[in-house]
Design a protein around this ligand. Structure first.
Ligand code: GLC
Length: 796
């Protein structure tokens, strides 16, 4: 028994199992030195492992987990053998060895998925009384590692050590670590089988992927519990989807949030904001949202307006709204110490701010000067904070942007370790609360914006966050630089966030620090329009960064790419709906598209967007194309319909007016006409681009009002398009479910890549005149107009 603190030196290990208890899905293994392992089978594929070292478990609490997740009950078998216990689910077999409490998990075919090396062990930290909890696992043959949020590393993490301690990292670079977010979740892939590992511990944590010892992967945290979730795939997409179900999915955003956003630090005064807004409309460059950075406030006091720059905010916001712009404002956590400022007064009067260990308030400088900081881990503080948005929302603000919530302070980067937090009734220090602070701020903001936006949907964005933050806000990758390397990084970071459960992400297009060349801006924008969150943002001291700031030719290109985003909006929205309903990552790195092809394991430029598109940005100057790896299957080059078989490297020709972009054969891609903003005009016609495949394929389209909560009650439509092609025919079937009737009355169906000349066409078994079909001789496409309720279309 380890009950003498003097003996708690160095690394400590579990003893041998002497007892075991089992209740439904819960299994408790008791060791002879007071260590307990609690194994909980959440589903057949998700198993939680939780260790206690002092003979008892503290109260169970996590900010990460979704409150609405309804796991499917596992079916379990439990056996005791001479030297081990065995828990078998429908999908995996968990072995717990009596000696040392060592764990191993196999799939049903007997392949080892994970296996403890030294397993769970810990060190007692006298200074804090915390246990540094550690676990080490054997690296399986040919194992690769992915995930962990916004890390600025190569996609594949093997050979890396990474840290989770959210940090304000202005001008970070490739391999800088840690960055703003804390997502202690990774995905392992070996023998073509994928699994996930979520270490739900908010203390400063580290992951070592075969870096220190080439045959060992380990992770540890500076306090808290060894508490991890093993997630079985075997598909990569399935691993991310289950992690996302566990930690929660966001609601559907308002459709306009998938439009183009324009930001700068800062647009002021009002005349400047208006000029920028008008600049979009004059040039017919679509844009939905315009941002006000910190200068809109009075001396950077949150929830105030500068009287000089914005004398009548409500009027301005309304005028912008009439021109189709939704106004988004920044709100930071730091509340200026100012006895005459109402937010400060309320915070002080109700004791809402964080305290140091010995009692004084936590003080630190941010933009407004000396500030106090709300303890967002207290329910009453979150309620108060949510209520503060009332006036802003009444002024017509449509979205709120949370920044500096790592939390950042100028003096020493972040709060000192001794700062106290309520932690929802589990009082703790900054060591434990640091990594979840930003998420709880985003949560409080979301509560307020949601309440006052109702019956419309809220829009929020946050810089920092912990696992589960995706429920409360979209995000961006922070203060990047206008360089080609940073554009390359933006591509990796957004994919990595997406497979880490956080799809609604984007980068500051063109770079936040410094000024991009026109070429870099256009290449970056061409990538950004395929990210779920699409915003140009830059720091004011480095020149202009509006889409028209780089000469006429580039303005035309910027317009073209932003228009493409608006055309693809129904596709992006459908992809978002799939994320919201199934947890499917919106962006998928190449390996997620084909984990059975090891060529995909180390590549990272190419990514899938939704079901049917493959994108690969050009991240070098003066290129007229690039080599990329096309996954197996047949793909159409979007720009000229050229058909290429994948499973090999291909050259994609892409001057500045293109981004390498492929459509999967068999796909149906829905497109809207270009609008200058969502809601500008009714959509009268939906275009369906159908790409011929010799074989069968299925595509999805989700439609609803694009705002409000009707979809929750079934006011939405899910359309499934099944295509089936032969060398002589193509059939398209449409199956719909749900109750929603879009405004448009026509489908414009464009058939691409038919290997035969159309002589007969039938819709719902009624033949249509060939003369009614438009043929494009250059692209070899056929266009047919029909009703949105058609069921089957056949051409041969
Ligand atoms: C931080 C943010 C940046 C913002 C600036 C001023 O640097 O990351 O996006 O513009 O603060 O608020």
């Amino acid at each position: 028994m380890i009950n003498d603190l003097a003996n708690r030196k160095g690394e400590l290990f579990p003893g041998n199992i002497i007892d075991c208890r089992h209740e439904n899905n819960n299994f408790y293994f008791y060791c002879d030195n007071n260590v307990i392992l609690h194994v909980k089978a959440i589903t057949d594929k998700i198993i939680r492992f939780r260790y206690a070292v002092d003979g008892d478990f503290p109260k169970d609490f996590s900010y990460a987990l979704s409150e609405t997740y309804q796991p499917e009950e596992p079916s379990l078998e439990f056996k005791e053998k001479t030297d081990h216990f065995r828990i078998t689910t429908n999908r995996i077999i968990i072995t717990i060895w009596k000696e040392n409490l060592s764990v191993r998990i196999l799939d049903k075919s007997g392949t080892i998925l994970i296996e403890d090396e030294r397993g769970f062990h810990w060190e007692y930290d006298r200074e804090t009384g915390n246990n540094v909890v550690k676990i080490s696992k054997k690296v399986q043959s040919g194992e690769h590692y992915y995930g962990l949020g916004d890390k600025a590393f190569n996609m594949n993490l093997r050979g890396r050590r990474v840290q989770n301690w959210g940090s304000d990292t202005y001008g970070y670079g490739k391999n800088s670590d840690p960055l703003y977010k804390n997502i202690p979740f990774y995905i392992g892939l070996h023998q073509k089988i994928a699994y996930g590992m979520f270490f739900d511990n908010s203390f400063r944590s580290y992951f070592d992927f075969a870096a220190e010892r080439s045959n060992v992967t380990s992770y540890w945290a500076q306090g808290g519990e060894m508490n991890y979730y093993f997630i079985y795939g075997p598909e990569l997409v399935e691993v991310t989807a289950q992690y996302t179900n566990l930690t929660g999915k966001p609601e559907l955003p308002p459709l306009w949030a998938l439009g183009y956003h324009q930001c700068k630090w800062s647009y002021y005064p009002e005349a400047k904001v208006k000029e920028i807004a008008a600049g979009f409309r004059e040039r017919q460059i679509p844009c939905d949202a315009i941002y006000l950075d910190i200068d809109y406030m009075e001396g950077f006091r949150c929830f105030t307006w500068s009287k000089e720059y914005f004398p009548d905010p409500k009027r301005m916001v309304q005028e912008l709204a009439q021109a189709g712009f939704k106004t988004v404002v920044i709100i930071d956590p730091g509340i200026k110490v100012d006895k005459d400022y109402w937010v400060y007064q309320e915070g002080i009067a109700n004791d809402y701010f964080c305290h140091r260990a010995d009692g004084p308030l936590m003080k630190g400088s941010v933009w407004p000067g000396l500030c106090n900081f709300p303890d967002f881990t207290r329910p009453a503080v979150r309620e108060w904070w949510a209520g503060l948005f009332k006036e802003l929302m009444a002024a017509g603000i449509k979205g709120v942007w949370n920044d500096m919530n790592e939390p950042a302070v100028f003096e020493q980067g972040t709060f000192p370790d001794d700062v106290r937090f309520d932690h929802d009734g589990h009082a703790c220090s900054h060591k434990k609360a640091h990594n979840i602070y930003g998420m709880q701020m985003a949560r409080a903001t979301y509560m307020g914006v949601k309440q006052y936006a109702f019956p419309n949907r809220p829009f929020t964005i946050t810089r920092s966050g912990y696992s589960g933050v995706q429920r409360f806000a979209s995000t961006w990758t922070g203060d990047n630089i206008a360089s080609w390397e940073h554009m390359w990084l933006a591509n990796i970071q957004c994919q990595r966030l997406s497979i880490s459960g956080y799809s609604f992400a984007g980068s500051d297009i063109g770079g936040f620090i410094e000024t991009p060349s026109g070429e870099l801006y256009i290449r970056w924008l061409a990538l950004g329009v395929f990210h779920p969150f699409c915003r140009t943002h830059s720091s004011g001291d480095h020149g202009d960064q509006e889409p028209w700031s780089f000469g006429e030719e580039n303005t035309a290109l910027a317009r073209k790419f932003i228009q493409l985003r608006y055309q693809l909006m129904p596709y992006m929205y459908t992809t978002f709906w799939q994320y919201v309903t199934h947890g499917t990552p919106m962006l998928k790195p190449l390996v997620y598209l084909d984990q059975y092809d090891s060529e995909t394991y180390l590549r990272m430029a190419e990514f899938g967007l939704g079901e049917n598109l493959l994108i690969c940005p050009i991240t070098q100057p003066e290129a007229d194309g690039r080599w990329l790896y096309l996954p197996r299957g047949n793909w159409y080059y979007f720009w000229n319909d050229e058909l290429t078989a994948g499973g090999k490297e291909v050259w994609a020709e892409a001057g500045l007016d293109r981004i390498p972009m492929y459509v999967q054969a068999g796909a149906v891609i829905p497109m809207y006409p270009v609008r200058q903003y969502v809601g500008e005009k009714e959509i009268e016609e939906l275009t369906l681009h159908v790409y011929f495949k010799n074989g069968a394929h299925q595509s999805t389209l989700f439609e609803d009002a694009g705002d409000g909560y009707g979809y929750v009650n079934g006011e939405c439509k899910v359309k499934k398009f099944a295509t089936a092609g032969t060398t002589k025919s193509l059939n398209v079937q449409q199956n719909t479910t749900g109750n929603f009737t879009p405004m448009y009355t026509t489908y414009k169906i464009i058939l691409h890549g038919l290997p035969f000349a159309v002589t007969v066409a039938e819709i719902n078994d009624q033949s249509i005149a060939i003369s009614a079909i438009e043929k494009d001789e250059v692209l070899n496409t056929y266009t047919i107009y029909t009703q949105p309720d058609f069921q089957t279309l056949t051409v041969n």
